[in-house]
Design a protein around this ligand. Sequence first.
Ligand code: 5GP
Ligand code: MG
Length: 175
Amino acid sequence: MVFQPQLKILISRDEIAKAVDRLAREIKKDYKGKQPLLIGVLKGSFVFMADLIRHLNLPLELEFVRLSSYGAARDSSGKVRIVQGVKTPTKGRDILVIEDIVDTGITVSFLLDYLRKKKPASLKLCALTDKPSRRRVLVPIDYLGFTVPNKFIVGYGLDFDERFRNLPDIYALED
Ligand code: 5GP
Ligand code: MG
């Protein structure tokens, strides 16, 4: 039998669309005259990134990275590993990392450290959601969609056991 957890709507597709529009306006203003390299963190950010870039009238380029963590990334012991790194040269580039959620902060701070070593001209972070209640590592988020409560969220790219990425709204899993 397929597991059917209870889902409660947290952020509607309309609210998401407004946030994407707002973020795109901020990003366009800040990157005017530049050719940013947007780096999406697979798989969770792909829906957000697809919507965001279509609002960005900039000569941007795209890259994707895939990270994995030994054990759970949500453990203090969570060690992050790069499964698929960046192939585009990043030295001197204006890099904007696109994430679905910053939870403990362990994953994205590892990625930012990895990218910083590649000597970009600038390095910023755009996150759709932020769950500050669980933060363990300080992560400055330059562009943020929503702050979310301490619940597990799914939809709009975010999964639970690889399901629910296709939902157009964001839901909280009921415990
Ligand atoms: P971190 O704890 O390192 O900040 O987050 C690691 C990863 O855990 C995130 O990029 C995301 O893929 C996943 N994650 C953390 N919180 C949630 C959540 O509420 N829902 C989903 N679907 N994934 C989450
Ligand atoms: Mg992620």
